[in-house]
Ligand binder design. Structure first.
Ligand code: BG6
Length: 490
């Protein structure tokens, strides 16, 4: 017999790790903004759970302090009053199964859906899952939301997914990649599948190469130990960059249903050509920042950061040449790069189109520059097309100039606010819409591709190359493209 799930709109949102960084910097801020936008159901409650001996009153003060620190705008009294009435705090030792019984009192499954947000280290997932199971508080409608890192390789990722699967069905599990909540990443679907100029010009016939850059200005920000065990490949490429790549490369899904989109993304991940010991030296670059200057300010190197040991070889930068072995993308390299402490914060996709086959404007350009589509994901969200136009004039010869069509989101959509990734995703998890979340298959496929790079680096003793903080990465990254006759978009 299939049990009809009861779907309520209101939620009991339980945040495990309610006093942690993610909760204070992102979740509280996003929830407050959702309150402001009137997106929270009147009956929705937010229960922060952590091990420190706070009570609800002191948690409310902590939440207000977080808003004052991280919201970026003044906290509005009216909104705050409404918001704080939803908040409560529960002290708990998450490793003790008997303590989970408290949720029988704190939540009400006859009125609200229980949404369990795991904002804690993955080793605690097992305890939370078991505790929830034994408390008997879960129903078929309950959900769980989890954050990266979902493992650090394919084995640990499977372990986490198995633990979660022992308690929650897959349709109750919402795996977050906050890049999928970014407006501009979502807009890739609209750009590609709502505009016929792109649907017909989006393959190896017209595209020469694709670049995806996620450059961060920040360094390690006090989390050296975590980062040092992770590195930029696992921290950024396994999830955010590969997700962007799947949006750029996937076939048109039949509709916007979660399953249709997951199906297309997984096909792309399956088609990634493995990077192995044979090709790792030519297709990857690892980097680590040394001290340098960013916007006229001296910044320390990776090994001089707080908490650093001086012999680490972990990469804070990675550049990759990725090939997608399918019909659409045969022969079109995707160049990916991401790093900490780079010159500017900039996330962008550059679609480099092929040169036209025959140049009749040699007076202007010996080599006609090819068109480019640049999608600025953050900051200054927008879309730019670089093209050639005739310089107006009555000269005998036609003279061309490089020009651009420039669409800035903030200019064009003046009355709309760009939502942060977390706002969108927390709301979708509360609505129970899985489209913007990642499937187990995607995560595991991404890990097995990343694992082969890690193995190849180990086998070849590939060193991290120095790059000064405030630059665009090691010279080897430029050299990798130069070998293919290309350059990074600067
Ligand atoms: C996180 C990484 O997932 O994404 C961080 O763990 C990184 O290391 C962050 O700084 C970047 O996110 P955004 O939204 O600032 O580009």
């Amino acid at each position: 017999m299939t049990i009809q799930k009861e779907i309520f709109k209101a939620c009991d949102l339980v945040i495990y790790g309610g006093l942690g960084d993610l909760s204070r910097r992102k979740l509280i801020i996003s929830l407050y903004r959702l309150e402001k936008g009137k997106f929270l159901e009147p009956d929705t409650r937010i229960i922060a759970v952590d091990r420190l001996a706070e009570d609800s009153a002191s948690f409310i003060k902590i939440a207000l302090k977080s808003l004052q620190e991280f919201l970026g705008n003044p906290v509005e009294e009216q909104i705050w009053n409404k918001f704080c009435a939803r908040l409560s705090y529960q002290q708990m030792d998450l490793t003790r199964p008997d303590e989970y019984k408290v949720f029988n009192k704190l939540t009400d499954s006859s009125k609200r859906v229980m949404v369990n947000y795991f904002a804690v280290a993955p080793f605690l997932f097992r305890y939370i899952c078991q505790g929830l199971k034994h408390s008997g508080v879960l129903t078929d409608s309950s959900r769980m939301v989890m954050e990266k890192p979902i493992g650090h390789d394919i084995i640990s990722s499977k372990e986490i997914n198995d633990v979660v699967a022992s308690v929650f069905n897959d349709d109750q599990v919402f795996r977050i990649d906050h890049y999928l909540g970014k407006e501009t990443v979502l807009n890739l679907l609209a750009l590609r599948f709502a505009n016929s100029i792109f649907t017909t010009n989006w393959d190896h016939n017209t595209i020469d190469s694709v670049q995806i850059t996620v450059a961060e200005e920040v360094g390690i920000e006090g989390r050296w130990e975590y980062f040092d065990q992770t590195g930029q490949l696992r921290d950024m490429v396994q999830n955010h960059l590969l997700q962007i790549l799947t949006f750029v490369a996937m076939e048109p899904p039949v509709n916007l249903e979660a399953q249709s989109i997951h199906n297309e993304k997984i096909k792309v991940l399956n088609a990634l050509r493995p990077i192995t010991a044979e090709n790792v030296l030519s297709n990857t670059v690892r980097g680590q920042y040394t001290n340098g200057v960013q916007k006229d300010i001296a910044v320390p190197g990776y090994l001089e950061e707080e908490g650093a040991n001086t012999i680490s070889t972990t990469e804070s930068f990675v550049a990759l040449r990725v090939d997608i072995d399918n019909w659409r993308w045969a022969g079109v390299p995707f160049y990916l790069r991401t790093g900490k402490c780079m010159k500017y914060k900039r996330t962008e996709i550059v679609i480099n189109f092929k040169q036209i086959p025959h140049n009749i404007f040699t007076e202007s350009f010996k080599n006609l520059p090819a068109n480019k589509l640049i999608i600025h994901l953050q900051p200054n969200e927008g879309i730019e097309i670089q093209m050639l136009n005739k310089i107006p004039g009555i000269d005998e010869n036609i003279k061309l100039q490089k020009t651009k069509l420039d669409l800035s989101f903030s200019e064009t959509f003046k009355n709309s606010r760009l939502f942060g990734g977390y706002e969108k995703l927390v709301l979708e998890a509360m609505r129970g819409n899985p489209t913007l979340f990642i499937s187990r298959e995607e995560i595991e496929q991404a890990w097995s591709w990343i694992d082969s790079i890690q193995d190849a680096w180990k086998a070849t003793h590939e060193e991290a190359q120095d790059y000064p903080a405030g630059s665009w990465g090691p010279i080897a990254s430029d050299e990798m493209l130069a070998r293919d006759g290309r350059t990074w978009e600067e």
